[in-house]
Design a binder for this molecule. Structure first.
Ligand code: PRE
Length: 368
C-alpha cells in the first residue's frame, strides 16, 4: 500500500485515520491451511475417562474440551463473561497468561494457535492470548506468520515468568523416570535437568497436554514438564520445582481482538508493525532510520520469509540472474500511534515500504 501524500504535513487526526487504514490494509496472501484436529488429544481424554472409571485420578470429565475445527462452526456463545482463547489444555501457560490479563475471564482451550485466531474472528470468543517470544527460546514464528495471515489486532501484551515443574504419577520418584513429555520450548528451557536425569525427551503440543497424557496412560516411568497448576488439575505430583536452566524465563504473550484499541498517551505504549522493502542497498538501514531519527526505541525486530513470493530474480549482466529471498520485517517500537513522532515515522516508512501494516498499538506490560 503506497501513499503519495505528505503525511508529515497532515493534521494529527488524519494521520490517525491513516494508521487505522494501514491496520486494515490487505495483507500479502498466504496459503490457507485447514485446521487439523488432533486425534491424540481426544484419545487421551478417553483414556483419562477410562483411568478415571478405575478410580485412578481426579475427575477430569469436568475439564473443557479444546476447540477444534469442527467445534468452531457449531459452538454456541452463551456466556456474558469475557471469553479468552489460548492454545493448549487447561493448566497450560497460555491459560495462566489469559487469566493474568483478564482475571475473571472464561478461558477457552484451543488445539492449535490457528484455532484461537479463528475463534476470535468467528465471534466464539472475545480475545485470544498467544505466546510470541520467550526470553530463552526466542520467537514463536508460527504466531508471527498467523498475525499476518489473519486480520486481528494486537490490543495488549502479557509478560509472564514461567516456572517449570517436573511432574510424575503419585508415588513415583524422579529416579524411576525413563522419558519426560512436554512442549518443545519447555524441554529446551529445562535442558540441564533433563540431561542430568538421562531421560528421553518427548515433544507434545503443550505442557498441560503432556500432563494429561501421563495421567491418562498411568505410565510410572513417564514424567512431565508443566506448571504446578497442571499438576493440580491432572492429579500429578510435583517432583521438582523451578527446573528451568535460566531463572529469568519469561514468555511474552499477545492479546488479540477483532477491533483495535484507541491508542493513548497516558502510559507507555508499544506499536507493532510489519512491512516489506524493495531490494536495494541500505533499504533496511533507511527503514530503521525513520525510528532512530525520531528517538523512537525499537524493542523487537524479526524477519520472516514472504512465503507467496519467496524468490526474486535480479538482472545483473555481469553475473547472470541472481535469486534472493524476500522478507517481511516485524518491528515493535516504544511509542503510541497517538504521538505525532510515531505517525510521522509511519508516514516516512510508507514512502519506501512496498507494504506496511500496523498490527496494533497497546499498553506495555512491565509487571512481572
Ligand atoms: O505449552 C504451554 O503450556 C504453553 O503455553 C506454550 C509455551 C510456548 O509456546 O512457548 C509457553 C510457555 C512455555 O515457555 C512453554 C510453552
Amino acid at each position: 500500500m503506497r501513499c503519495n501524500w505528505d503525511l508529515e504535513r497532515l493534521p494529527r487526526w488524519e494521520c490517525c485515520c491513516l494508521s487505522v487504514l494501514a491496520q486494515r490494509a490487505i495483507t500479502p496472501v498466504e496459503d490457507e491451511k485447514p485446521l487439523i484436529p488432533q486425534v491424540e488429544t481426544s484419545e487421551a481424554i478417553d483414556q483419562v475417562q477410562d483411568t478415571q472409571s478405575r478410580g485412578f485420578h481426579k475427575d477430569l470429565n469436568l475439564l473443557p474440551k479444546p476447540l477444534s475445527a469442527t467445534d468452531i462452526f457449531s459452538s454456541p456463545r452463551n456466556s456474558a463473561k469475557v471469553r479468552v482463547a489460548y492454545q493448549g489444555m487447561p493448566g497450560a501457560y497460555g491459560e495462566a497468561a489469559a487469566l493474568k490479563a483478564y482475571p475473571k475471564c472464561e478461558t477457552v482451550p484451543c488445539e492449535e494457535f490457528e484455532a484461537a485466531f479463528k475463534a476470535v474472528e468467528l465471534w466464539l470468543v472475545d480475545k485470544a492470548v498467544l505466546p510470541i517470544e520467550s526470553s530463552v527460546g526466542g520467537s514463536i514464528h508460527r504466531n508471527y506468520d498467523l498475525l499476518l495471515r489473519h486480520r486481528l489486532h494486537i490490543v495488549g501484551e502479557v509478560q509472564m515468568v514461567v516456572n517449570h515443574c517436573l511432574l510424575g504419577l503419585p508415588g513415583v520418584q524422579k529416579e524411576e523416570l525413563k522419558r519426560v513429555l512436554s512442549h518443545p520450548q519447555a524441554l529446551d528451557q529445562c535442558d540441564m535437568i533433563l540431561t542430568k536425569l538421562g531421560v528421553v525427551r518427548v515433544s507434545t503440543d503443550d505442557t498441560a497436554g503432556a500432563a494429561l497424557m501421563v495421567a491418562a496412560s498411568g505410565e510410572r516411568d513417564s514424567g512431565v514438564i508443566a506448571s504446578d497448576r497442571a499438576a493440580e488439575i491432572y492429579g500429578l505430583n510435583i517432583l521438582l520445582e523451578k527446573i528451568q536452566d535460566d531463572d529469568d524465563n519469561i514468555t511474552r504473550f499477545l492479546i488479540l481482538a477483532r477491533e483495535p484499541i484507541i491508542p493513548g498517551t497516558d502510559r507507555p505504549h508499544k506499536t507493532s508493525i510489519v512491512f516489506t522493502l524493495e531490494e536495494g542497498p541500505g533499504m533496511l538501514f533507511k527503514a530503521l532510520a525513520v525510528f532512530a531519527s525520531r528517538d523512537i526505541n525499537l524493542t523487537k525486530i524479526e524477519s520472516r520469509p514472504q512465503r507467496k513470493r519467496p524468490l526474486r530474480v535480479v538482472d545483473d549482466s555481469n553475473k547472470g540472474s541472481a535469486r534472493y529471498f524476500d522478507y517481511l520485517f516485524y518491528i515493535d517500537f516504544e511509542a503510541s500511534m497517538a504521538e505525532p513522532r510515531a505517525q510521522h515515522a509511519m508516514a516516512h516508512l510508507q514512502e519506501f515500504a512496498s507494504f506496511l501494516r500496523v498490527l496494533g498499538c497497546y499498553a506495555t506490560d512491565s509487571a512481572l
